[in-house]
Unconditional design. Structure first.
Length: 274
């Protein structure tokens, strides 16, 4: 019956003036146009390993096209405590609340690097402060009608005697516990990145840095205690990432993200389309 209808309409269109023909055919096209995917906005919140210029966040945003938009609000040197204390979280909440009706906001939140001890004004207690801070972010996003996905901290890349330690795992485990308690989605980037880096070895892992490794490099400290807020501590280090590292880890996060939020998959940019 549908084929007969369009055949009759086509014949009818040929008998009326050109302007009426254009109007009728446009109306028919509008009827058959599929509805586009839901508009969604990704908001990235975290530290320098997610932030522009030193992290994977911008590379993640670049993998999506409309109707999915992406805003990287991660900042270097921030912890789960200092990001809120300085007022940056307020900007996230304003962005969420300002989204048009029907547009979903999804916050990807990653903290841990600067929550570790030895960073005055930023460190948080693993037992009493860090999980409470995460719960506060979850509560705020939900109250604003948004969605939140927790991301465990990206692993560092300093090997010791051929073994890659994972000093950020306690913070990852704390975040995993909060996600389970609050029933929110989680991407275990810490585990996934640590497993991959362990297979690479030091030399290959060093190619993920912001700049090539100098001829002589003094082994970096475990938790980069002297990192200045807002910037990597040096041009070459084994915490922050350059283009290669950003592509690798953003891809890792995106694969997990679309598996738990399938509605985002249709807006992924395929390789060669950029």
């Amino acid at each position: 019956m549908q084929i007969r209808f369009f055949n009759r309409l086509s014949g009818w269109c040929s008998l009326i003036p050109a302007l009426m023909l254009l109007s009728a055919c446009q109306s028919t096209a509008n009827i058959t146009t599929p509805v586009s995917a839901q508009s969604q906005t990704l908001i990235l919140v975290g530290d320098s390993t997610m932030a522009p210029n030193s992290g994977y966040g911008n590379a993640l945003c670049a993998q999506f096209s409309l109707p999915v938009s992406c805003l990287n609000l991660a900042k270097g040197g921030r912890s789960s405590g200092s990001y809120r204390a300085e007022g940056s979280w307020e900007q996230v909440m304003k962005t969420l609340k300002a989204l048009p009706a029907g547009q979903q906001g999804i916050v990807l939140l990653q903290f841990g690097h600067n929550d570790q001890p030895g960073k005055p004004g930023r460190s948080t207690d693993l037992q009493t402060e860090y999980p409470v801070n995460l719960q506060g972010y979850i509560r705020d996003v939900r109250a604003a009608g948004g969605d939140i996905v927790l991301v465990t901290p990206l692993a560092r890349r300093t090997f010791k005697d051929g073994i890659l330690p994972n000093d950020l795992r306690p913070w990852a485990l704390s975040m995993i516990a909060v996600a389970a308690q609050e029933k929110v989605a989680l991407i275990d980037l810490n585990m996934n990145s640590h497993q991959l880096l362990s297979q690479m070895g030091q030399d290959e892992a060093d190619t993920l840095a912001m700049v090539p490794k100098p001829v002589s490099v003094t082994p970096a400290g475990g938790n980069a205690a002297t990192e200045p807020q807002g910037a990597p501590k040096s041009a070459f280090d084994r915490t922050h990432v350059g283009v290669k590292g950003a592509e690798l880890f953003s891809g890792m996060v995106v694969r997990e993200l679309v598996s738990i939020r399938p509605s985002l998959a249709s807006s992924l940019i395929q390789k060669g389309e950029k």
